[in-house]
Design a protein around this ligand. Sequence first.
Ligand code: MN
Length: 152
Amino acid sequence: MDIEQRSTFRPGQGNFRWEGVAHQPYKQEGEAPFKDISRQVLFHDDALACELRYFEMDTGGYSTLERHEHTHAVMILRGQGQCMVGSEVRAVKQFDLVTIPAWTWHQFRASAGEPFGFLCMVNTTRDRPVLPGEAELAEMRANPAVAAFLRE
Ligand code: MN
């Protein structure tokens, strides 16, 4: 295989944008609850069977509270926020790494100040996220740290 033909160089443009990479909405509106978050797909490789995305949210923004079979590997690239992974709620900042296991409830929230952005590696082919029902939310809220996180 001719490696040259497959190589691509995309300069960073500053402000967490990359040349030739579309700046997209996080998900389709109405698909699931989320706020003030964008998505850029940096790499998609069928042979590797993975995708690397950069998500960014403004102050007060958050990702969908969800779980699924596929896992996530996350590196915070910009700003500060909080993340809930199962029963754990942690403050996270630039360069922190977060692994989200299969079928574990998770959500990211931006702290006030600068935008909060992270890289997220995921399978190219993956199952659809599941959202919590009332009973599952009640179960999550039994954990005080999670209850406080979900109230914000
Ligand atoms: Mn997810």
